[in-house]
Design a protein around this ligand. Structure first.
Ligand SMILES: [Zn+2]
Length: 327
């Protein structure tokens, strides 16, 4: 909730930001990096990661007609007009089956960042698995007990509202624990809910063969996104290094080409830090993207590029948002 004072000064800040961007844009044409995850139609999308195919088509048509579209792994220094780079995080199978045909139809290039631990993995991303365990509908036991030395407890889970609250609580906590402990919690949940097993068809990730097919498109660049989709800043340095270098090496071996761009899993201020950036530089990445908003200028740290998250917007909303990203 914003205070009265914050509400009163917000329009002034927005005006100042626009003014600042106008001046900066005269000096240097910005690149707007857009962040997508999925192009598909989902019955339930708790983190709003999916853009429906018809909206994605309208968005790409808008970019093709109104913007200069650039690639994340190319040189941007000679740009004289504002440009846009499209990126996808995670590596869902729909990137090949639903997004690529629309990219090909509109000629818009895109970079797909892949978490290599999920390549060909029969399960789901941990955050999807958590949502499936708790938000799937049907019957549930009346309460859930988590056995954990630090976060353990028992919470009501009989109603959809109680399960939503429990989901949000566990999701927040799971952003702060390491992968083996996360897997243990998901195992406890699966035994309790009776849900689990192989991935739902709607939440499948790319297989290695599908990734090669996606990467064969001249419009697609593949980047790394860690191995286990864990916020890197919470891991010890050696583990961070392994996530960064192993995801790069696995992709390079699979694709037979150099991987030079990285996306920090979850990508917010608390989810990567100075150590993470240094490790990315040492691993040889030339650019790395975050999830905090902003424009990219020639003075922006290449290992900390802001991105604008795109939601399931129709053509008119997308056009208005693009306008606001540019000024
Ligand atoms: Zn991600």
């Amino acid at each position: 909730m914003r205070t009265v004072v914050e509400q009163a000064v917000a329009p002034g800040y927005r005006m100042l930001r626009r003014l600042k961007n106008r001046v900066l844009n005269l000096v240097d044409a910005p690149v707007i990096v857009l962040a997508y995850h999925r192009v598909t139609r989902l019955a339930s999308d708790p983190h709003q990661l999916a853009v429906k195919p018809e909206n994605f088509r309208a968005q790409m048509q808008h970019l093709r007609q109104n913007c200069r579209c650039v690639r994340l792994n190319e040189e941007w220094s000679g740009l004289r007009e504002p440009a846009v780079a499209v990126t996808f995080d995670d590596g869902y199978a729909d990137n090949l089956h639903e997004a690529l045909p629309i990219l090909a139809e509109t000629g818009v290039p895109a970079t797909v960042f892949v978490s290599t631990g999920m390549l060909g993995n029969p399960g789901e991303f941990w955050s999807d698995d958590l949502a499936r365990q708790l938000l799937d509908g049907g019957d549930y036991p009346p309460s859930f007990e988590l056995r954990d030395r630090e976060h353990g407890g028992r919470w009501p889970a009989a109603s959809p509202a109680e399960r939503q609250t429990l989901h949000d609580r566990l999701h927040r906590a799971m952003l702060k624990i390491e992968p083996p402990r996360r897997e243990d919690w998901l195992g406890q949940l699966a035994r309790w809910s009776g849900r689990g097993g192989t991935a739902r068809a709607t939440h499948r990730t790319l297989t290695p063969a599908e990734l090669r097919e996606l990467s064969a498109s001249p419009l697609v660049t593949i980047g790394a996104h860690g191995v286990t989709h864990t916020p890197l800043a919470l891991l010890p340095e050696a583990e961070q290094r392994r996530e960064i270098t192993q995801s790069r090496r696995e992709l390079e071996e699979l694709l037979g080409r150099e991987v030079t761009v990285f996306s920090y899993p979850f990508g917010g201020w608390r989810q990567f830090d100075g150590t993470t950036r240094r490790l990315c530089r040492e691993a040889g990445f030339r650019r790395a993207v975050t999830t905090f908003p902003g424009q990219v200028h020639r003075w922006t740290d290449p290992l900390q590029l802001p991105r604008q998250l795109v939601r399931d917007w129709n053509a008119a909303t997308f056009a208005a948002r693009m306008e606001s990203f540019r000024v």
